[in-house]
Design a protein around this ligand. Structure first.
Ligand SMILES: Nc1ncnc2c1ncn2[C@@H]1O[C@H](COP(=O)(O)OP(=O)(O)OP(=O)(O)O)[C@@H](O)[C@H]1O
Length: 231
């Protein structure tokens, strides 16, 4: 699903955010990405959703070489990737329904199909009864769930989350993680960037650790082995 081979990212100001990063995430796998602030987690996710381009190396997502995707094709490619942010980036002057419908409107889905899919997504995150509300009156956890419904509404095979529980208390964070696990159980691949080491430890999933732009540890949970990438 995700393949990084010797990926480097240097921003125009000279900052080297990723240095020779290589890893693979299999179809249907769920993994965490962690590391200190500035380690390169967001940059890595941005390369996967084509918000940024690699300076060198290969980024291959779902069999497609992202180095070769033209600007014109970016919106089409992004439809296969759901993105969840810490600040959820909801439109407060639109209803919950309209926020979740946005990706489908942009993709040109027919009206009736939009209604059906939005309600299915809201049902999955437990917010069907709030479709007419403005997100501004919802709690932080509910707002995050609206963001998740928006990310999954067109059923992408891959979900990326950047600090999805950053503003939430432990119970709400666990709820959001449980939702992610449910998507994973039906075959969705997930890569979740998080600072929350205690939450990650409780979850027992593969964890990629970044430090100063390098992938320094790839901790597989299945066999409890720890692989040090850079000795
Ligand atoms: N658009 C940009 N232009 C220049 N430098 C950038 C840009 N975006 C990020 N950086 C730098 O690249 C490095 C990696 O940043 P990145 O946001 O990927 O880290 P992060 O691990 O996600 O950090 P945090 O946990 O604080 O979000 C940092 O030194 C950051 O200052």
């Amino acid at each position: 699903m995700i393949e990084f081979a010797q990926v480097c990212k240097r921003y125009p100001n000279g900052q080297e955010a990723l240095k020779q990063v290589s890893f693979e995430l299999a179809d249907g796998e769920m993994a965490f990405l962690t590391g200190h602030s500035g380690a390169g987690k967001s940059t890595l996710l941005k390369l996967i959703c084509l918000m940024e381009r690699a300076t060198s190396g290969q980024v291959i997502i779902n069999g497609r070489n992202f180095n070769r995707i033209s600007r014109r094709k970016i919106p089409t490619v992004r439809r296969d990737i759901g993105m969840i942010f810490q600040d959820h980036r909801l439109l407060f002057d639109r209803s919950v329904f309209d926020n979740v419908a946005l990706p489908l409107l942009i993709a040109g889905y027919p009206h009736r199909e939009i209604g059906r899919r939005v309600r299915a997504a809201l049902d999955k995150v437990g917010l069907l009864s709030k479709e007419k509300h403005s997100p501004i009156i919802l709690s932080g956890g509910e707002q995050q769930r609206v963001g998740i419904a928006r990310a999954v509404v067109n059923k992408p095979p891959l979900l990326l989350a950047d600090e999805p529980t950053g503003n939430l208390d432990p119970d709400l964070s666990a709820e959001i993680m449980h939702l992610f696990e449910q998507f994973n159980q039906v075959g969705v691949s997930l890569l979740i960037a998080s600072h929350d080491l205690s939450l990650i430890a409780r979850m027992h999933y593969r964890t990629l650790v970044m430090k100063e732009g390098q992938l320094v540890q790839d901790q597989e949970v299945a066999n409890h082995s720890e692989v040090s990438v850079h000795e």
